[in-house]
Design a protein around this ligand. Structure first.
Ligand code: SAH
Length: 260
């Protein structure tokens, strides 16, 4: 058996019915054929994935001991196991730019970084089904007006339809994590490109939430909020009160002030 390593965020799921329930959340949005499991550990999710013939399963796992375990137990999968850090993996090259899905019981310490990577590859990643720390899962799925709504919620919801599915208690993991876990699904929406400058959109969202208790008029001062924009009603609100569409509207108005 693989002895769980804390620094790699290893908490192995021991409840097979929960593993199956996670895998059941896959909808194979737009019919992609390559599914990537991040951090397969000892294969509790992998086992269920390999039962499906609708997609090809690939693994990206950083832990050498887990990789060896998986290669031994799933010899047919061995050619599709990549040993390495998901965050440094070139998904475009690995899958020849083809659409993919992502699944995993994520290493909780890097889950936000995983999502920023998903955002960078939003044209390729059609779907994500994952388990992560409950609070982070809730935050990502939260809508405007909620205290937990934040940068990742807005950026991800701009391109994905997100649903919080269910909560998982600590005692079904070895070793049990200190926190509850939550399972969420992200399904790519129809937005090819936002109807505004996407880089500016991201800057405004980030800066707005970095000062989330301030009105946007004050929060955005440090990124040179244009003078001409100041009368805008939306700026009286705080970032957490704005929907994705409101942020797009604000970005569009900002861009207009920049036009010659
Ligand atoms: N899927 C298994 C293991 C989940 S624990 C289960 O549900 O039981 C998280 C897994 O992610 C571990 O196997 C760990 O080794 C792996 N991991 C941690 N950091 C990683 C990274 N940067 N890239 C890929 N895998 C990683």
């Amino acid at each position: 058996m693989v002895k769980p390593k804390k620094h790699l965020g290893q908490h192995f799921l021991t409840d097979l019915s929960i593993a199956e329930r996670i895998v059941d959340q896959l909808c194979l949005h737009r019919g992609y054929t390559h599914l990537v499991e991040i951090g397969a550990g000892t294969g509790v999710l992998t086992d269920f994935l390999l039962k499906s013939e609708k997609f090809t399963t690939h693994i990206i796992e950083i832990d050498t001991e887990s990789v060896q375990y998986l290669q031994k137990h799933y010899p047919e999968l061995a050619p599709r196991i990549t040993e390495g850090d998901f965050l440094n993996t070139d998904l475009g090259a690995l899958f020849d730019q083809q659409p993919i899905g992502i699944i995993g019981n994520f290493p909780y310490n890097i889950s936000s970084q995983i999502f920023f990577k998903v955002l960078d590859h939003r044209q390729q990643v059609q779907e994500v089904v994952c388990m992560l720390q409950k609070e982070v899962a809730e935050r990502i799925a939260a809508g405007p007006g909620s205290k937990t709504y934040g940068i990742l919620s807005v950026l991800l919801q701009a391109y994905y339809d997100i649903e919080y599915k269910f909560t998982v208690p600590p005692d079904v993991f070895d070793p049990p994590p200190k926190v509850h876990s939550g399972v969420i699904t992200l399904v790519r929406n129809e937005v090819e490109k936002l109807d505004c400058d996407e880089k500016l959109f991201k800057r405004i969202v980030k800066q707005g939430f970095n000062n989330r208790r301030k009105t946007l008029r004050n929060a955005l001062k440090s990124i040179q909020l244009p003078e001409a924009l100041k009368p805008l009603e939306l700026l009286n609100k705080r970032a957490e009160q704005l929907s994705v569409a409101d942020f797009v509207t604000l970005t569009q108005a900002w861009e207009q002030t920049l036009e010659p």
